[in-house]
Design a protein around this ligand. Sequence first.
Ligand code: BG6
Length: 500
Amino acid sequence: MSFPDNFLWGGATAANQYEGGWQEGGRGIAVHDLITDGTKDEPRRIYCRNDQGEETTIQMGECVPFGYRGVLKEEYYYPSHQATDFYHHYKEDIALMGEMGFKTYRLSISWTRIFPNGDDEEPNEDGLIFYDHVIDELRKYNIEPLVTILHFDMPLNLATKYGGWIDRKLIDFYLKFAKTLFVRWKDKVKYWITVNEINVLGGYWTLGLASNNRKKGSHSNQGETPLEDAGIKFQSIHHMLVASAMANKIAREINPKFMLGTMCALSGIYPATCHPDDVFGAYEFRRKALMFSDVTCRGYYPNYAQAIFDEYGFKLKMEPDDEKWLRENTSDYLAFSYYRTTAYDRFSPNTTTTGGQQASPNPYLEKTPWGWPIDPEGLRFVLNELYDRYQKPLFIVENGMGNDDIIKEDGIHDTYRIAYLRDHIKEMKKAVEIDKVNLLGYTTWGCIDIVSAGTGEMKKRYGFVYVDLDDKGYGSLKRIKKDSFNWYKKVIATNGEDLD
Ligand code: BG6
Protein backbone atom coordinates (compact mmCIF):
# COMPACT_ATOMS: atom_id res chain seq x y z
CA MET A 1 0.00 0.00 0.00
CA SER A 2 1.42 3.36 -0.93
CA PHE A 3 -0.48 5.77 1.30
CA PRO A 4 0.01 5.43 5.04
CA ASP A 5 -2.97 4.12 7.01
CA ASN A 6 -3.46 7.46 8.69
CA PHE A 7 -3.45 9.41 5.40
CA LEU A 8 -5.94 12.27 5.70
CA TRP A 9 -8.34 12.10 2.74
CA GLY A 10 -11.01 14.74 2.68
CA GLY A 11 -12.29 18.01 1.30
CA ALA A 12 -11.91 21.72 1.89
CA THR A 13 -14.00 24.89 1.89
CA ALA A 14 -13.78 28.46 3.17
CA ALA A 15 -16.35 30.37 5.20
CA ASN A 16 -16.50 33.33 2.82
CA GLN A 17 -17.57 31.04 -0.03
CA TYR A 18 -19.59 28.41 1.79
CA GLU A 19 -21.01 29.48 5.11
CA GLY A 20 -23.52 32.28 4.47
CA GLY A 21 -25.68 33.34 7.45
CA TRP A 22 -23.97 36.69 7.13
CA GLN A 23 -26.29 38.53 9.50
CA GLU A 24 -27.06 35.70 11.84
CA GLY A 25 -25.66 34.82 15.24
CA GLY A 26 -24.14 38.27 15.74
CA ARG A 27 -21.73 38.04 12.80
CA GLY A 28 -20.15 41.33 11.69
CA ILE A 29 -19.44 42.51 8.14
CA ALA A 30 -16.31 41.47 6.30
CA VAL A 31 -14.93 43.09 3.16
CA HIS A 32 -15.83 39.99 1.15
CA ASP A 33 -19.50 40.70 1.96
CA LEU A 34 -19.18 43.77 -0.27
CA ILE A 35 -17.94 41.94 -3.38
CA THR A 36 -20.53 41.57 -6.12
CA ASP A 37 -20.92 38.53 -8.30
CA GLY A 38 -19.07 38.38 -11.62
CA THR A 39 -18.27 36.05 -14.49
CA LYS A 40 -15.07 34.90 -16.08
CA ASP A 41 -15.25 37.95 -18.36
CA GLU A 42 -16.90 40.44 -16.03
CA PRO A 43 -14.83 41.19 -12.90
CA ARG A 44 -16.35 41.15 -9.44
CA ARG A 45 -16.48 44.66 -7.96
CA ILE A 46 -16.58 46.51 -4.69
CA TYR A 47 -18.53 49.76 -4.68
CA CYS A 48 -16.88 52.39 -2.50
CA ARG A 49 -18.01 55.76 -1.19
CA ASN A 50 -16.27 58.68 0.53
CA ASP A 51 -17.64 61.11 3.13
CA GLN A 52 -18.75 63.49 0.39
CA GLY A 53 -20.93 60.73 -1.06
CA GLU A 54 -18.76 60.28 -4.16
CA GLU A 55 -18.64 56.74 -5.46
CA THR A 56 -16.14 54.61 -7.28
CA THR A 57 -15.56 50.90 -7.82
CA ILE A 58 -12.55 48.69 -7.37
CA GLN A 59 -11.83 45.16 -8.51
CA MET A 60 -10.43 42.27 -6.51
CA GLY A 61 -6.77 42.68 -5.77
CA GLU A 62 -7.01 46.49 -5.88
CA CYS A 63 -6.68 48.81 -2.92
CA VAL A 64 -9.55 51.07 -1.89
CA PRO A 65 -8.79 54.76 -2.60
CA PHE A 66 -7.91 56.74 0.52
CA GLY A 67 -10.99 58.20 2.19
CA TYR A 68 -13.34 55.65 0.66
CA ARG A 69 -14.88 52.56 2.16
CA GLY A 70 -16.73 49.64 0.66
CA VAL A 71 -20.53 49.88 0.68
CA LEU A 72 -23.45 47.64 -0.11
CA LYS A 73 -25.77 48.61 -2.97
CA GLU A 74 -29.26 47.20 -2.96
CA GLU A 75 -29.35 46.57 -6.69
CA TYR A 76 -26.45 44.10 -6.65
CA TYR A 77 -26.11 40.49 -5.64
CA TYR A 78 -23.50 39.60 -3.05
CA PRO A 79 -22.70 35.88 -3.16
CA SER A 80 -21.10 35.57 0.30
CA HIS A 81 -24.29 36.57 2.14
CA GLN A 82 -25.96 33.25 1.63
CA ALA A 83 -23.13 31.39 -0.13
CA THR A 84 -24.24 27.74 -0.18
CA ASP A 85 -25.57 28.06 3.33
CA PHE A 86 -23.42 25.71 5.35
CA TYR A 87 -24.69 27.76 8.30
CA HIS A 88 -28.06 26.05 8.08
CA HIS A 89 -27.00 22.83 6.32
CA TYR A 90 -23.94 21.81 8.31
CA LYS A 91 -25.51 18.64 9.70
CA GLU A 92 -26.65 17.45 6.32
CA ASP A 93 -23.35 18.39 4.69
CA ILE A 94 -21.19 16.75 7.33
CA ALA A 95 -23.33 13.61 7.05
CA LEU A 96 -22.50 13.58 3.33
CA MET A 97 -18.80 14.01 4.13
CA GLY A 98 -19.14 11.16 6.61
CA GLU A 99 -20.82 9.00 3.97
CA MET A 100 -17.87 9.60 1.64
CA GLY A 101 -15.62 8.42 4.45
CA PHE A 102 -13.76 11.72 4.92
CA LYS A 103 -10.91 11.44 7.38
CA THR A 104 -10.58 15.21 7.50
CA TYR A 105 -12.51 18.32 6.55
CA ARG A 106 -10.79 21.66 6.09
CA LEU A 107 -12.99 24.60 7.12
CA SER A 108 -12.22 28.23 7.80
CA ILE A 109 -13.52 30.32 10.66
CA SER A 110 -15.29 33.57 9.84
CA TRP A 111 -13.35 36.22 11.78
CA THR A 112 -16.40 38.48 12.09
CA ARG A 113 -18.51 35.64 13.48
CA ILE A 114 -16.10 35.47 16.42
CA PHE A 115 -15.03 39.14 16.63
CA PRO A 116 -17.72 41.07 14.71
CA ASN A 117 -15.61 44.22 14.46
CA GLY A 118 -12.21 42.58 14.66
CA ASP A 119 -11.16 44.77 17.61
CA ASP A 120 -13.90 43.78 20.10
CA GLU A 121 -12.94 43.15 23.71
CA GLU A 122 -14.80 39.88 24.00
CA PRO A 123 -15.56 37.19 21.44
CA ASN A 124 -19.10 36.57 20.27
CA GLU A 125 -20.22 33.45 22.12
CA ASP A 126 -22.92 32.63 19.55
CA GLY A 127 -20.29 32.44 16.86
CA LEU A 128 -18.13 30.10 18.91
CA ILE A 129 -21.13 27.91 19.67
CA PHE A 130 -21.87 27.54 15.97
CA TYR A 131 -18.39 26.15 15.36
CA ASP A 132 -18.59 24.02 18.54
CA HIS A 133 -21.55 22.31 16.89
CA VAL A 134 -19.71 21.92 13.59
CA ILE A 135 -16.65 20.42 15.25
CA ASP A 136 -18.72 18.08 17.41
CA GLU A 137 -20.65 16.97 14.36
CA LEU A 138 -17.38 16.23 12.56
CA ARG A 139 -16.12 14.24 15.53
CA LYS A 140 -19.34 12.21 15.43
CA TYR A 141 -18.22 10.89 12.04
CA ASN A 142 -14.57 10.57 13.07
CA ILE A 143 -13.65 13.42 10.77
CA GLU A 144 -10.56 15.33 11.87
CA PRO A 145 -11.19 19.08 11.60
CA LEU A 146 -8.45 21.00 9.78
CA VAL A 147 -9.04 24.62 10.72
CA THR A 148 -7.91 27.59 8.65
CA ILE A 149 -7.92 30.61 10.92
CA LEU A 150 -7.83 33.20 8.16
CA HIS A 151 -9.08 32.56 4.65
CA PHE A 152 -9.63 35.71 2.56
CA ASP A 153 -11.41 37.31 5.50
CA MET A 154 -10.99 40.95 6.47
CA PRO A 155 -13.32 42.51 9.06
CA LEU A 156 -14.64 45.70 7.45
CA ASN A 157 -14.11 47.68 10.64
CA LEU A 158 -10.40 46.79 10.72
CA ALA A 159 -10.02 47.93 7.13
CA THR A 160 -11.86 51.21 7.74
CA LYS A 161 -10.44 52.09 11.12
CA TYR A 162 -6.82 50.91 10.79
CA GLY A 163 -6.26 50.64 7.04
CA GLY A 164 -5.91 46.86 7.27
CA TRP A 165 -2.75 44.79 7.72
CA ILE A 166 -0.38 47.68 7.02
CA ASP A 167 -1.06 48.61 10.66
CA ARG A 168 0.78 46.36 13.11
CA LYS A 169 -2.19 46.54 15.48
CA LEU A 170 -3.73 43.93 13.21
CA ILE A 171 -1.19 41.46 14.59
CA ASP A 172 -2.71 41.81 18.06
CA PHE A 173 -6.28 41.53 16.80
CA TYR A 174 -5.40 38.42 14.82
CA LEU A 175 -3.62 36.87 17.80
CA LYS A 176 -6.60 37.46 20.02
CA PHE A 177 -8.79 35.77 17.43
CA ALA A 178 -6.38 32.85 16.98
CA LYS A 179 -5.86 32.35 20.71
CA THR A 180 -9.61 32.26 21.29
CA LEU A 181 -9.85 29.36 18.86
CA PHE A 182 -6.79 27.50 20.17
CA VAL A 183 -8.10 27.66 23.74
CA ARG A 184 -11.65 26.76 22.83
CA TRP A 185 -10.76 23.70 20.75
CA LYS A 186 -7.48 22.68 22.31
CA ASP A 187 -8.65 19.09 22.71
CA LYS A 188 -10.81 18.91 19.61
CA VAL A 189 -8.69 20.31 16.79
CA LYS A 190 -5.16 19.17 16.05
CA TYR A 191 -4.43 20.55 12.56
CA TRP A 192 -4.34 24.32 12.04
CA ILE A 193 -3.55 26.65 9.14
CA THR A 194 -2.74 30.16 10.30
CA VAL A 195 -3.36 31.94 6.96
CA ASN A 196 -4.61 30.78 3.56
CA GLU A 197 -2.44 31.44 0.49
CA ILE A 198 -0.36 34.04 2.25
CA ASN A 199 1.76 34.55 -0.89
CA VAL A 200 -1.06 35.79 -3.12
CA LEU A 201 -2.89 38.20 -0.84
CA GLY A 202 -3.32 41.78 -1.93
CA GLY A 203 -5.43 44.93 -1.94
CA TYR A 204 -8.58 45.73 -0.02
CA TRP A 205 -10.45 42.44 0.10
CA THR A 206 -7.82 40.26 1.75
CA LEU A 207 -5.55 42.81 3.43
CA GLY A 208 -7.87 45.81 3.86
CA LEU A 209 -5.41 48.15 2.12
CA ALA A 210 -5.92 51.67 0.80
CA SER A 211 -3.91 53.46 -1.88
CA ASN A 212 -4.44 56.05 -4.58
CA ASN A 213 -3.05 53.96 -7.44
CA ARG A 214 -5.89 53.31 -9.82
CA LYS A 215 -4.30 50.77 -12.12
CA LYS A 216 -6.39 47.87 -13.19
CA GLY A 217 -6.30 45.11 -10.62
CA SER A 218 -6.58 41.40 -11.15
CA HIS A 219 -9.77 39.68 -12.09
CA SER A 220 -8.55 36.53 -10.46
CA ASN A 221 -7.91 35.88 -6.81
CA GLN A 222 -4.26 35.32 -7.50
CA GLY A 223 -3.15 38.68 -6.22
CA GLU A 224 -1.99 40.77 -9.15
CA THR A 225 -1.02 44.08 -7.67
CA PRO A 226 -0.05 47.35 -9.35
CA LEU A 227 3.68 47.93 -9.07
CA GLU A 228 3.25 50.92 -6.78
CA ASP A 229 1.15 48.91 -4.34
CA ALA A 230 3.62 46.04 -4.03
CA GLY A 231 5.42 47.73 -1.13
CA ILE A 232 2.40 48.04 1.14
CA LYS A 233 1.43 44.54 0.18
CA PHE A 234 4.82 43.06 1.12
CA GLN A 235 4.87 45.03 4.36
CA SER A 236 1.36 43.88 5.26
CA ILE A 237 2.16 40.26 4.47
CA HIS A 238 5.27 40.62 6.63
CA HIS A 239 2.98 41.60 9.50
CA MET A 240 0.93 38.49 8.80
CA LEU A 241 4.04 36.31 8.74
CA VAL A 242 5.04 37.68 12.13
CA ALA A 243 1.47 37.17 13.37
CA SER A 244 1.58 33.56 12.16
CA ALA A 245 4.87 32.92 13.93
CA MET A 246 3.51 34.44 17.15
CA ALA A 247 0.33 32.37 16.79
CA ASN A 248 2.48 29.24 16.49
CA LYS A 249 4.16 30.07 19.78
CA ILE A 250 0.87 30.75 21.57
CA ALA A 251 -0.63 27.57 20.12
CA ARG A 252 2.28 25.38 21.24
CA GLU A 253 1.94 26.71 24.76
CA ILE A 254 -1.73 25.75 24.74
CA ASN A 255 -1.23 22.29 23.25
CA PRO A 256 2.24 21.12 22.21
CA LYS A 257 0.64 18.40 20.07
CA PHE A 258 -0.98 20.87 17.67
CA MET A 259 0.20 20.66 14.07
CA LEU A 260 0.63 24.18 12.72
CA GLY A 261 1.13 25.31 9.17
CA THR A 262 0.83 28.44 7.04
CA MET A 263 -0.63 27.80 3.62
CA CYS A 264 0.75 28.95 0.26
CA ALA A 265 -0.57 28.89 -3.31
CA LEU A 266 2.11 26.79 -4.99
CA SER A 267 0.72 25.74 -8.33
CA GLY A 268 3.79 25.11 -10.47
CA ILE A 269 5.78 27.05 -13.03
CA TYR A 270 7.90 25.85 -15.97
CA PRO A 271 10.13 27.69 -18.44
CA ALA A 272 8.29 28.16 -21.76
CA THR A 273 11.41 26.93 -23.64
CA CYS A 274 14.93 25.76 -22.81
CA HIS A 275 16.27 29.22 -23.66
CA PRO A 276 18.40 30.16 -20.64
CA ASP A 277 16.42 33.37 -20.16
CA ASP A 278 13.20 31.37 -19.89
CA VAL A 279 14.81 28.86 -17.55
CA PHE A 280 16.26 31.42 -15.19
CA GLY A 281 13.19 33.63 -15.58
CA ALA A 282 10.98 30.76 -14.45
CA TYR A 283 13.32 30.09 -11.55
CA GLU A 284 13.16 33.71 -10.45
CA PHE A 285 9.41 33.78 -10.94
CA ARG A 286 8.97 30.72 -8.73
CA ARG A 287 10.99 32.35 -6.00
CA LYS A 288 8.35 35.05 -5.73
CA ALA A 289 6.01 32.37 -4.42
CA LEU A 290 8.58 30.30 -2.52
CA MET A 291 9.89 33.34 -0.67
CA PHE A 292 6.91 33.08 1.69
CA SER A 293 7.11 29.35 2.36
CA ASP A 294 10.85 29.88 2.89
CA VAL A 295 9.97 32.25 5.72
CA THR A 296 7.35 30.00 7.31
CA CYS A 297 9.34 26.75 6.92
CA ARG A 298 12.93 27.94 7.37
CA GLY A 299 12.30 30.92 9.63
CA TYR A 300 13.94 33.72 7.70
CA TYR A 301 13.70 35.72 4.47
CA PRO A 302 15.88 34.01 1.85
CA ASN A 303 18.98 35.65 0.38
CA TYR A 304 17.14 36.49 -2.87
CA ALA A 305 14.28 38.36 -1.10
CA GLN A 306 16.10 41.67 -1.36
CA ALA A 307 16.35 41.29 -5.14
CA ILE A 308 12.58 40.86 -5.30
CA PHE A 309 11.95 43.84 -3.03
CA ASP A 310 14.39 45.94 -5.08
CA GLU A 311 12.37 45.19 -8.20
CA TYR A 312 9.52 47.07 -6.55
CA GLY A 313 11.69 49.72 -4.91
CA PHE A 314 10.59 48.39 -1.55
CA LYS A 315 12.42 48.36 1.76
CA LEU A 316 11.03 46.01 4.39
CA LYS A 317 10.51 47.54 7.84
CA MET A 318 11.26 45.12 10.65
CA GLU A 319 10.74 45.61 14.37
CA PRO A 320 13.74 44.48 16.45
CA ASP A 321 12.22 41.11 17.43
CA ASP A 322 10.59 40.19 14.15
CA GLU A 323 13.47 38.07 12.92
CA LYS A 324 13.56 36.19 16.21
CA TRP A 325 9.84 35.50 16.08
CA LEU A 326 10.14 34.13 12.57
CA ARG A 327 13.21 32.06 13.34
CA GLU A 328 11.90 30.45 16.51
CA ASN A 329 8.36 29.65 15.45
CA THR A 330 8.35 27.94 12.08
CA SER A 331 5.58 25.71 10.73
CA ASP A 332 5.31 21.99 11.49
CA TYR A 333 4.20 21.27 7.95
CA LEU A 334 3.63 23.05 4.67
CA ALA A 335 0.03 23.23 3.47
CA PHE A 336 -0.42 24.30 -0.14
CA SER A 337 -2.91 24.56 -2.97
CA TYR A 338 -2.21 23.10 -6.37
CA TYR A 339 -4.51 23.56 -9.36
CA ARG A 340 -2.33 23.97 -12.44
CA THR A 341 1.01 24.95 -13.86
CA THR A 342 1.89 27.91 -16.02
CA ALA A 343 4.87 28.65 -18.21
CA TYR A 344 7.28 31.55 -17.95
CA ASP A 345 7.97 33.15 -21.32
CA ARG A 346 10.76 35.72 -21.58
CA PHE A 347 8.79 37.68 -24.20
CA SER A 348 5.80 38.18 -21.94
CA PRO A 349 7.06 38.12 -18.39
CA ASN A 350 4.51 39.43 -15.98
CA THR A 351 6.50 41.82 -13.88
CA THR A 352 3.64 43.21 -11.80
CA THR A 353 2.83 39.93 -10.15
CA THR A 354 4.25 39.74 -6.68
CA GLY A 355 2.62 36.46 -5.73
CA GLY A 356 4.37 34.54 -8.47
CA GLN A 357 1.36 32.72 -9.88
CA GLN A 358 0.56 34.37 -13.21
CA ALA A 359 2.56 33.68 -16.35
CA SER A 360 2.06 32.47 -19.93
CA PRO A 361 -0.08 29.46 -20.82
CA ASN A 362 1.50 26.09 -21.60
CA PRO A 363 0.59 24.85 -25.12
CA TYR A 364 1.07 21.19 -24.14
CA LEU A 365 -1.71 21.12 -21.58
CA GLU A 366 -5.48 20.88 -21.84
CA LYS A 367 -7.43 23.52 -19.97
CA THR A 368 -10.51 23.58 -17.79
CA PRO A 369 -13.49 25.57 -19.13
CA TRP A 370 -12.18 28.44 -17.02
CA GLY A 371 -8.83 28.30 -18.78
CA TRP A 372 -6.76 26.69 -16.02
CA PRO A 373 -4.15 24.32 -17.49
CA ILE A 374 -4.55 20.74 -16.26
CA ASP A 375 -1.23 19.24 -15.21
CA PRO A 376 -1.29 16.19 -12.92
CA GLU A 377 2.41 15.48 -13.41
CA GLY A 378 3.09 19.02 -12.27
CA LEU A 379 1.73 17.99 -8.88
CA ARG A 380 4.42 15.31 -8.55
CA PHE A 381 6.97 17.89 -9.64
CA VAL A 382 5.80 20.40 -7.02
CA LEU A 383 5.59 17.79 -4.24
CA ASN A 384 9.20 16.87 -4.93
CA GLU A 385 10.31 20.47 -5.28
CA LEU A 386 8.82 21.37 -1.91
CA TYR A 387 9.93 18.28 -0.06
CA ASP A 388 13.48 18.54 -1.41
CA ARG A 389 13.55 22.15 -0.31
CA TYR A 390 12.07 21.94 3.18
CA GLN A 391 12.10 18.31 4.33
CA LYS A 392 8.91 19.05 6.26
CA PRO A 393 5.65 17.11 5.90
CA LEU A 394 3.43 18.44 3.13
CA PHE A 395 -0.36 18.68 3.00
CA ILE A 396 -2.24 19.29 -0.26
CA VAL A 397 -5.16 21.29 1.07
CA GLU A 398 -6.67 22.42 -2.25
CA ASN A 399 -6.84 20.71 -5.61
CA GLY A 400 -9.72 20.32 -8.01
CA MET A 401 -11.45 21.33 -11.19
CA GLY A 402 -14.04 24.08 -11.53
CA ASN A 403 -16.69 23.04 -14.01
CA ASP A 404 -20.26 23.81 -15.00
CA ASP A 405 -22.13 20.62 -14.06
CA ILE A 406 -25.24 19.60 -15.96
CA ILE A 407 -28.12 17.87 -14.20
CA LYS A 408 -29.58 15.09 -16.34
CA GLU A 409 -32.59 12.95 -15.54
CA ASP A 410 -30.35 10.11 -14.46
CA GLY A 411 -27.88 12.16 -12.46
CA ILE A 412 -24.87 14.44 -12.69
CA HIS A 413 -22.14 12.71 -14.66
CA ASP A 414 -19.01 14.66 -13.81
CA THR A 415 -16.60 12.32 -15.57
CA TYR A 416 -14.22 15.24 -16.26
CA ARG A 417 -13.87 15.87 -12.52
CA ILE A 418 -13.24 12.20 -11.80
CA ALA A 419 -10.58 12.17 -14.54
CA TYR A 420 -8.92 15.32 -13.18
CA LEU A 421 -8.81 14.03 -9.61
CA ARG A 422 -7.82 10.49 -10.58
CA ASP A 423 -4.87 11.74 -12.61
CA HIS A 424 -3.72 14.01 -9.82
CA ILE A 425 -4.04 11.29 -7.18
CA LYS A 426 -2.01 8.93 -9.40
CA GLU A 427 0.84 11.42 -9.49
CA MET A 428 0.52 12.14 -5.79
CA LYS A 429 0.79 8.40 -5.22
CA LYS A 430 4.01 8.22 -7.24
CA ALA A 431 5.42 11.05 -5.16
CA VAL A 432 4.65 9.15 -1.97
CA GLU A 433 5.47 5.64 -3.17
CA ILE A 434 8.48 6.21 -5.42
CA ASP A 435 9.90 9.56 -4.35
CA LYS A 436 9.14 9.02 -0.65
CA VAL A 437 7.64 12.43 -0.11
CA ASN A 438 6.12 12.75 3.35
CA LEU A 439 2.53 13.73 2.61
CA LEU A 440 0.01 14.09 5.43
CA GLY A 441 -3.15 14.29 3.40
CA TYR A 442 -5.20 15.54 0.51
CA THR A 443 -8.30 17.71 0.68
CA THR A 444 -10.03 18.49 -2.60
CA TRP A 445 -11.32 22.00 -3.02
CA GLY A 446 -15.01 22.88 -2.64
CA CYS A 447 -16.05 19.29 -1.77
CA ILE A 448 -19.65 20.47 -1.59
CA ASP A 449 -20.34 23.17 -4.18
CA ILE A 450 -19.38 26.67 -3.08
CA VAL A 451 -19.17 30.11 -4.68
CA SER A 452 -16.04 30.73 -6.76
CA ALA A 453 -13.71 33.20 -5.08
CA GLY A 454 -12.27 34.54 -8.30
CA THR A 455 -15.40 35.01 -10.37
CA GLY A 456 -18.20 34.91 -7.79
CA GLU A 457 -20.03 32.39 -9.95
CA MET A 458 -21.92 29.38 -8.68
CA LYS A 459 -21.54 27.54 -11.93
CA LYS A 460 -17.79 27.17 -11.45
CA ARG A 461 -18.34 24.10 -9.31
CA TYR A 462 -15.76 21.89 -7.64
CA GLY A 463 -17.87 19.59 -5.49
CA PHE A 464 -18.79 15.93 -5.16
CA VAL A 465 -22.17 17.27 -4.09
CA TYR A 466 -24.17 19.66 -6.23
CA VAL A 467 -25.94 22.55 -4.53
CA ASP A 468 -29.02 23.83 -6.31
CA LEU A 469 -28.20 27.53 -6.59
CA ASP A 470 -27.53 29.73 -9.59
CA ASP A 471 -25.17 32.63 -10.20
CA LYS A 472 -27.73 35.14 -8.92
CA GLY A 473 -28.56 33.25 -5.76
CA TYR A 474 -31.77 31.55 -6.89
CA GLY A 475 -32.35 27.90 -6.08
CA SER A 476 -33.56 25.51 -3.42
CA LEU A 477 -30.08 24.85 -1.94
CA LYS A 478 -30.91 21.16 -2.26
CA ARG A 479 -27.87 18.87 -2.13
CA ILE A 480 -27.51 16.28 -4.94
CA LYS A 481 -24.72 13.70 -5.19
CA LYS A 482 -22.69 13.74 -8.39
CA ASP A 483 -21.06 10.62 -9.88
CA SER A 484 -17.78 11.73 -8.33
CA PHE A 485 -19.35 11.24 -4.87
CA ASN A 486 -19.31 7.44 -5.02
CA TRP A 487 -16.02 7.45 -6.88
CA TYR A 488 -14.27 9.44 -4.13
CA LYS A 489 -15.93 7.29 -1.49
CA LYS A 490 -14.30 4.24 -3.08
CA VAL A 491 -10.94 6.00 -3.36
CA ILE A 492 -11.01 6.75 0.36
CA ALA A 493 -12.29 3.29 1.32
CA THR A 494 -9.36 1.68 -0.53
CA ASN A 495 -6.86 4.27 0.72
CA GLY A 496 -6.18 5.40 -2.83
CA GLU A 497 -5.66 1.93 -4.30
CA ASP A 498 -8.82 1.74 -6.42
CA LEU A 499 -8.95 4.82 -8.64
CA ASP A 500 -11.14 3.40 -11.45
C1 BG6 B 1 -7.68 29.32 -4.05
C2 BG6 B 1 -8.44 29.86 -2.87
O1 BG6 B 1 -6.84 30.31 -4.54
O2 BG6 B 1 -8.38 28.98 -5.19
C3 BG6 B 1 -9.91 29.47 -2.83
O3 BG6 B 1 -7.81 29.52 -1.66
C4 BG6 B 1 -10.49 29.52 -4.21
O4 BG6 B 1 -10.59 30.31 -1.92
C5 BG6 B 1 -9.73 28.53 -5.08
O5 BG6 B 1 -11.87 29.28 -4.25
C6 BG6 B 1 -10.29 28.34 -6.46
O6 BG6 B 1 -10.44 29.57 -7.10
P1 BG6 B 1 -11.82 30.00 -7.74
O7 BG6 B 1 -11.59 31.36 -8.24
O8 BG6 B 1 -12.08 28.99 -8.80
O9 BG6 B 1 -12.82 29.93 -6.64
